[in-house]
Design a protein around this ligand. Structure first.
Ligand code: UPG
Ligand code: MN
Length: 355
């Protein structure tokens, strides 16, 4: 990328912020000191114990716990986050110079990963703030399900309405199930035009939802002349590759459905196998210099997500300094009293610098 974004007079596009976590470090160290003193006590009183074996077992458990505690301290010792500045990027780099991106969404099981959730993931990515002709969305379906294919075709039709709506009104959450499910959707103070468009869009999304729900409940007719011919009597664990280009327009990202070849003689390697196929197929079809991978149960909660990523791409002096960027994640719809603590949204940012 021969774009000079490193003008010394310019402010940086991305910054690494080092967090001051001295108090947390001190507390963790104190707990470690208590753990160690307990271990010392156990060793010291081992010989005087009547229940020698039990004492030894407790000692081993505590030793293991202390070891894990040390590992956790090491992981949490240096805490950094990365801040990106899309507004600075847009002033400095012309949008036409942004690279193309191939987007990979993987799905494997329409029951555990309901189709409508996957389609919301697709919609949130199709509607991002980025030149649409530079984006191609590949959906990998390891279940080889005609319902997923049908849902993707219908979702692409709905996207022709949804994407312009989101862009015109600068909607922040572009996954319809989150947008329409949000309680903060007050229409009263909005323009009449917006209210009409909002109602129409809600209606259209309702139609899409129902179509997918009905498709999920009925069995697809094995019609050899239809688009579903490839799915006739297909065995999910043993079938040739199915690749279908669903949409190729300039005003929307291209949409491609892929169900990779499965053969019981060769292990499919789960998501890694799917990602391998996605890189190969996209390499032949669009071959974008950047790839984005999103699981089917995630969605882009910020329409500027690609611009944030571009701050990382353009924000280093040397292209080779940044090869992999991971977005912060926040969990939604966690259990209220989740014992794993997911009710506290977890955020983390990690950018791996390749030397
Ligand atoms: O044979 C498979 C199995 C899984 N997947 C997809 O892989 C993704 C992740 O699988 P999942 O079982 O949902 O794993 P999670 O534990 O929810 O996901 C976390 O853990 C995975 C494996 O460690 C990472 O790949 C994910 O990015 C990370 O979010 C999903 O989109 C699946 O549809 C496939 O495409 N094919
Ligand atoms: Mn998952």
């Amino acid at each position: 990328m021969a774009v000079n974004t490193q003008d010394s007079t310019c402010l940086p596009l991305q910054e690494t912020i080092i967090h001051n976590n001295k108090t947390a470090r001190a507390i963790e160290f104190l707990i470690l000191a208590l753990l160690v003193s307990m271990l010392v006590y156990r060793v010291g009183s081992l010989n005087n114990e009547d229940h020698y074996l039990l004492w030894l077992l407790i000692f081993m458990c505590e030793l293991w716990f202390t070891f894990i505690w040390i590992l956790i301290i090491c992981i949490k010792w240096d805490q950094i986050s990365t801040k990106t500045y899309p507004d600075r990027l847009l002033k400095r780099v012309n949008e036409t110079e942004f690279p193309a991106v191939d987007i990979f969404v993987t799905t494997a099981d329409p029951i555990l990963e309901p189709c409508i959730i996957t389609m919301n993931t697709v919609l949130s990515l199709m509607a991002v703030d980025y030149e649409p002709h530079k984006l191609a969305l590949y959906l990998s379906d390891d279940a080889c399900s005609p319902v997923t294919f049908y849902a993707l075709v219908e979702t692409t039709k709905f996207a022709k309405l949804w994407v312009p709506f989101c862009k015109e009104y600068n909607i922040q959450v572009r996954a319809p199930f989150r947008y329409f499910g949000s309680k903060s959707n007050l229409l009263e103070d909005k323009s009449l035009q917006f209210q009409q468009d909002w109602k129409r869009m809600k209606n259209e999304y309702g139609n899409l939802y129902n179509k997918i729900k009905i498709a999920d409940q009925r069995s697809f007719k094995c019609d050899l002349n239809s688009d579903f011919a490839d799915f006739c009597d297909v065995n999910g664990a043993n079938h040739p590759a199915i690749i279908k280009v669903i949409s190729e327009r300039t005003d929307l990202p291209s949409v491609i459905y892929i169900s990779r070849e499965k053969n019981p003689k060769h292990h499919h390697h789960y998501k890694a196998g799917a990602m391998n196929v996605l890189t190969r197929v996209s390499g032949v079809m669009t071959n974008a210099p950047l790839m984005l991978n999103v699981d089917c149960d995630m969605y882009a909660n910020n329409p500027q997500v690609f611009l944030h990523a571009m701050c990382m791409v353009f924000g280093y002096k040397n292209d080779q300094d940044c090869g992999f960027v991971q977005f912060p994640q926040a969990f939604y719809d966690g259990l209220k009293d989740d014992p794993f603590g997911n009710q506290f949204a977890n955020y983390y940012v990690r950018a791996l610098n390749f030397l």
